[in-house]
Every structure is written in C-alpha cells, then in structure tokens.
Design a protein around this ligand. Sequence first.
Ligand code: BGC
Length: 738
Amino acid sequence: MRQEELELLLDDMSLHEKIYQLLQLPGTYYDGTVTTTGDNRDDSFSRDCVGQAGSVIGVCGAKEMKKIQDQIMESQPHHIPAVFMLDVVNGFRTIFPIPLAQGASFEPELSGRCARAAGKEAAVSGVQVTFAPMVDLVRDARWGRVMESTGEDPYLNSRFAEAMVTGFQGDDPGSPYSLAACVKHFAAYGAPTAGREYHAVDMSDRELHEYYLPAYQAAIDAGSELVMTAFNTLNGIPASGNTHLLREILRKEMGFEGVLIADYAALEDMIYHGFAENREAAARLALTAGVDIDMVTTIYSNELPRLVQEGKIEEKLIDEAVMRILQLKNRLGLFENPYKEADEREEQEVILCEEHRILAKEAAEKSFVLLKNEENLLPIADTGKKIALIGPYVNEKNIYGAWSFLGDSQDAVTIQEGVEKVYQQNLLTYAKGSPMLDESEEAKIMVEGFYHEKENRGNEQKLLEEALALAEEADVVVLALGEHFQQTGEGASRADITLPQPQMNLFREIKKTNKKVAVILFSGRPLDIRELAEEADAILEVWMPGTEGGTAIAETLAGIHNPSGKLSMSFPWCVGQVPVFYNQPSTGKPYHDGEKSGRFRSRYLDIPNGPLYPFGYGKSYTVFEYLDYYITSEILRKEGSITAGVTIKNTGEHEGTETVQLYIQDCFASVVRPVKELKGFQKIKLKPGEEQEVSFAITEPMLRFWKSEGIKDSEAGEFKVYIGTDSNCETALGFYLE
Ligand code: BGC
C-alpha cells in the first residue's frame, strides 16, 4: 500500500479498532501453540480484543498461524491482518550456539548467516517478527541473561547487532524468507544491580552513551524495524514509561522511526515498581513515552478508550502508534500476503535441513574457546589411546540454552553420538559419573513449576564407582561438565557461579586417579572455575552449542577442527570481582597483578585484579607468534589515516585460525578514558610455518568519545596502540592525534 492509502485506512478506523492494533495477544487465545515466557497476570481480554488484536505472540506452525490470521482478518472491520511475533533467538528448530558463544566466534558474518537460516525456518512456520537480537552489554556473570548477549564490548556487540539484523531482515523485511528484527531491551537491561534479574539500573549518561547504547544504535542503523523496551528502571524511571529515554534518546537522538513494543507485561510492572498508581496511569505514561504495542496486558485496550474520551490523552498519540504498526505490516507485505511465507510443505523441506545442520556445526566449532591445554593434551588423535568419556553432559541432549523453546532436544547430537563417528569404537568408554545437580539445586530451577524434566538421579555412589573404574582403565579422561541449561536465561541469576557440587565432587575423585583430564565445559555464562583452571590438564569451553554440538565437540577433540574462539566476556577470578571487564577506566593509583607496590593501590588484598581469563582470550592447538610491529606514522591528522600492523606466524604444528585484535588507549583526555578499547579485529587462517601481515587503518573517528549531551568528539594528544591475541596484550605502539 502507498502511504496515502494507509492514511485513508487510519482515518476510517474507529477509536476501538485503532486501540486493538496496539494490543499483542498470546496465541493461547486462539487455541494456538504457545511458546512464551513470563507471568501472565492479566487474562481478561474481551472478545473484540481477541478478534481484532493487531499482533499475536507465540504462535508457530504454518497451519496454526493461517487459521488465526483468517479468524482475525474476518472479524477485523477493515480486514487488517495481524502480525505474528516470536522469540527466534539462536535458532528456530535448528539450534545454533547461544549468542554469548556466537560472540566468541568473533565472526559477525557467521551470526548473520545463522540469523538468516533461523529466520527462514521461522518464516515458513508463520513467524513474521523476531524478538531479536538482544544486544544488552553485559559485565556481570551472575545475571542469567548474559547468555543472550554477545558480551561485554560495545564495538564487538555492535558488529554482531548489525550482522544479525541484516541476517534476519535481508534487503528488506518484506523480501522472501525475511523477518522483521526487534532489537532489545532498551535500555541497559544488561546492567541490573548486583546481577539480580529485573533489578534497578543506575548509570551516568556517559556510561550509557559510551558503552550501552552503541549496539542498539548499530541495530537501528542496520534498519531494525522494532525496538523492545526493557523491564528495568533506568535512573529511577521504568523504561516503558520513560519519556526522556524513549522520545528524546531513542527517537530523536538515535533516529529510530519504527515500532516500539513493551516487553512482556512491562506496562503492568510499572504499577509494581510504584511508578504508575493504577492501570490508567500505566496506559497514560507508556503511550506518552511512545510505546506503540502493549505486550499481553489489557492496559491499553481497557484504559485508552476512556482516557481519550475524557480528554486525558490526545488521540493523535494513538494515531501515531497505529500508523507505525500499519507501516510495519505494509513493509512486511501483509496487506497483499497476510501469511507471508507460511507454508506447510516448505516447513517439511526447510526445517532442520542438511544445510542448516552444517551451519550449526560450523557455528558451534567456531564458538569453542580453548581455555587451557597443558602439554598439548588436546587434540586427542585417534592413535590407539583409550578414552573414558565421563560426566553428565556425555549423553545430554539439552544443550540448546534457555531461549530455544522450539528446538526439540531429541534433534541434538550428544558428545557420545559425536565421538562414535570420529574415533574407533573399541577405544571409547562412557559413564555419567554424577547427576547434573544435587537435589536442592534442582529444586531451585523448578521454582513455581517452571518446566524442567526431573533428572533420573540414579545411585550417586554407583555412578561414581562406575566412572572411576573406567578412568582407571583409560589413557585419558574427557570430563563433560557444566551448568544445567535452566540455570541460565531469563529469571536465572546466580550468586554462586561455580559448577554444581556433584560434578565438582566427580572432578575431584577423577583427579585422584592421576589420569590426564580434559574438561569439556558447558555453560551459559562465564563461571568461577578457579579449581578447574588449576587442576584440569585442558579445558574447552563449549557453552550451549546447539543441535550439532556433539559433532563439533568430537571433531574438535580429535583435532579435525582446531578451536579458535575468543572470550566475548571475561571469566571472573571469583564472584567478588564482578562486574569485571577489560575496558575499565584508568585509576589514580593503578596496580598491575604481581607488581611489588605499597598498600595504597587500586587492588584487592586477597585476590588478583585481573579476571581468570580476560576478554578476547582463547588458545589454539597451534602457536601464533606476533612479530615486527609497525606503525606508518607517529602523527595522525584529523582528516588522515595511519596504519598499524604486525606479522603473525604459525610456529606450531597445526593449521589454525587466529583473531588478531586492535586496542587503542587515549592516554590523556578531559574525561578519564579506559585502559584499552577494542577498535578492530581480523581473523586469519595459517598453515604451520606460514606467516601473514595484518594491518589496521586508524582514523580520527575511531578516537571519538561521548563528551557531553549531543557531543561526540576526539581530543588531540597521545594514543597507544595494542595489537595482540587478547585484551591483555602489552606491546604498545604510539601516535599523536594533531
Ligand atoms: C523477555 C523478552 C521476550 C519476551 C517475549 C520477555 O520475558 O524479556 O526478551 O522477547 O518475553 O517472549
């Protein structure tokens, strides 16, 4: 439709019709398949709401969706189609690694391809909008949703944000097999106080603009059609009723023109926050702040008609919101084709197709981070060594992470299934060794009946004895340990981020056999793994790797694939350090771990300052040497460009991929700057003995920072350049900006 036609349509709609466009209902109201999270405290929707809702959440399946679409279009007076939305995060039915793991690939283009594939599966199943990407910057590993983010760095997150939006939306969201993207959660949801879910966020404008807003901005610049508000308060005001945040910052400053949707029942939360005194106030505050869609509450649909009739709110605000929603439907092509790509036959062909499984394996492999590898224990080549595979994750199919409700764990390849294809069978033995969780930990993830199949615990002593017997017989033990997948995700903050007790017990007992132990670590967050880091011979972090996790792990163990992932979030030394992140501001009394200094330094008396493993860290089976650093000039003019580079040589015995990282430090400025900031990265693949020069152009815009409202600029003076293998890299080059 042309804009004039949309305007005519809007003019012809009654007030109630318009208000129903602002409502999003769950598929349950249509007997659909429901796949959402959140508490539904509000379920008193009128028949008209159900018949005329502007959008529906949680329906999937082409047949289901078409039925509901027909129903709505029939009862909507102007036959306006609904738009169908769902969380398609790290996959639809084919599941890719969790976003935090994808961040570790340092390959945004790969995440773009995963988004495209997930989007295609979703599109043929009747989904038109995905609530992704989640780009909240994260620094606190206690927060359960760090798994949904690509990590702690604004530059890295921005690259992933734009790649994912482009992956989902293609050239435009109306094009075949594209979904509209919805970047979330605006803003700063990733910084809840003390890492506790839904807790308050307080931060300065500087912190917000420099670290937290860039990834949302990148998603908006890449054309994200929607933005979702956050559950949290920001400096005392709930995001969904925060006019300054949504109108001044999001719309004016960041130039967002699309549809703004409140997170699940977030309008109602404003009452619990003690911000809106009742439902009427919640409706008024949210609409005034510019929220277009009310997800799953009756607040807009019940309160707005009266507010307009009593003159307490201008109808113009409703018209603006409706127009944005009509424009979204129009861009998706729904007026011409309300089912978009939904197609039962294509569902059979596209979902879990070979091409998507191959991509899932590639994404999993590239996300693995080799944290430790003493005496090159890994890879374990198929050369006659007896391998005991032990641990609750050896045969576990729940390896998708908490945000993959459409993935069927039965489709997943376990480690056991993976290694059987790679090694000679007679060399392998398997044992569970311990339950995943102890009973009290299991009870915690089953709070309020949240779905989780209770584990068949077996006899713990017997499990341990079987495992120890196999370990004794073996040449090497591969221990597959980790968090339970429901210990991460929404509503899964943890204060003690260690491995579950039964698994630590298993680890300690296995160590007593004096066999070499390689740990395969599953997690949705950086964990406190000090003891493993000390005692294990090798550690491979595999996150929640998705459908082809087991295949990718087996091929990595065997050396068919060489790990190349780099941490997208620091692993704390212990929880007392959290939040710990590399790009911290310089302190007035700096301290470097290990240095001899007096007492009055910025340090802990009892633990190191640095994390256990820093951002950007990750080993390889081979060795990369950084040689011959150079910079083409020590002076950078404002309009000019200089180049800094280095030669990387593979001096090890395996072909491998290295992510070369560029960090810059602004040494003196009118605002204290971070000790280092990531400004670029390049992935290179080298054969043994091969070398390659890697260079980065440095220009003035890369040196700008947020100075005060509306002003982003650089300052002349001294800068340091670090090029290296992780954020701890030390060899510095220097230049002056004129
Ligand atoms: C989450 C969102 C999600 C929404 C719909 C909320 O609980 O915070 O990220 O998109 O539910 O499922």
